[in-house]
Design a protein around this ligand. Structure first.
Ligand code: NHR
Ligand code: GAR
Length: 215
């Protein structure tokens, strides 16, 4: 059985999508723990309700980022995870933390990277007038939102979209994309060569991209 640790700061819908895929597709894997950096994170209650183990490593309990990240790493390492999954985790992580989990730390970012790294991606996509937007799952590197790309989901931007409508369309694509990418990682099917990732032995219809038609 492979083990997954999920880190989140908010609502936890990506965590829930991964938990549902594990259950419904009977992966040889389990979520060992869901860890939040704030006790109020909705995703914690959601995880507990689903019967998952939870932990809080509160950022505000530490004066220095290094001390916070050391405590976070101790909590993670107790579970010996094969994958550490950032799912709406809102704290930038330092080089030592990123190095410790090299090749098993995944993030989902709500844009088609390298477009729109950082925060407020949907607002910036609308402002930028793009016709296609989406989400990216990538291995985390020391530089924020710039690690090797595992898979991407594209969605159209519709003329009537506001930030909420666009965010909802992207989020629905995230819920398909993240389980797909994580499964490939856990199955040992991803090859990391420098800045590029390849998928070993793709099956018919399997590709590193998804396209969501607007509905
Ligand atoms: N850490 C590293 N080293 N590399 C990445 O690629 C990371 C990372 C930590 C988090 C998620 C990321 C995203 O997908 C992520 C990727 C938060 C911020 C941020 O600026 C930026 C990127 C991401 C997450 N956070 C503020 C900070 O000062 C806090 C903002 C807040 O609390 O609202 O840490 O978008
Ligand atoms: C998702 O859209 C995710 O891509 C984004 O936050 C949302 C979390 O939703 N992540 C970031 O912006 C990271 N900075 P969720 O808590 O419901 O999964």
């Amino acid at each position: 059985m492979k083990k997954i640790v999920v880190l989140l700061s908010g609502r936890g819908s990506n965590m829930a999508a991964i938990a549902a895929a594990l259950r419904e597709e009977r992966w040889p894997a389990s979520i060992a723990c869901v860890i939040a950096d704030r006790p109020q994170a909705q995703g914690l209650a959601r995880a507990a309700q689903a019967g998952l183990a939870t932990a809080v490593v509160e950022r505000s309990a530490f004066a220095r980022r290094d001390d916070f990240e050391r405590a976070l790493a101790e909590t993670i390492d107790a579970h010996r995870p094969d994958a550490v999954v950032l799912a709406g985790f809102m704290r930038v992580l330092g080089a030592a933390f990123v190095e410790r989990y090299h090749g098993r730390l995944l993030n989902i970012h709500p844009s088609l990277l390298p477009a729109f790294p950082g925060l407020d991606t949907h607002r910036r996509a609308l402002q930028g007038g793009v016709a296609v937007h989406g989400a990216t799952v990538h291995y985390v590197g020391a530089e924020v939102d710039a690690g090797p790309i595992i898979a991407q989901a594209a969605v159209p931007v519709m003329p009537e979209d506001d930030e909420d409508a666009l965010a909802a369309r992207v989020l629905a694509s995230e819920h398909r994309l993240y389980p797909m990418a994580l499964r490939w990682h856990l199955d040992g099917r991803l090859r990391l060569q420098g800045t590029r990732v390849t998928l070993a032995d793709p099956r018919p219809g399997e590709a590193r991209w998804l396209w969501n038609d607007a509905r």
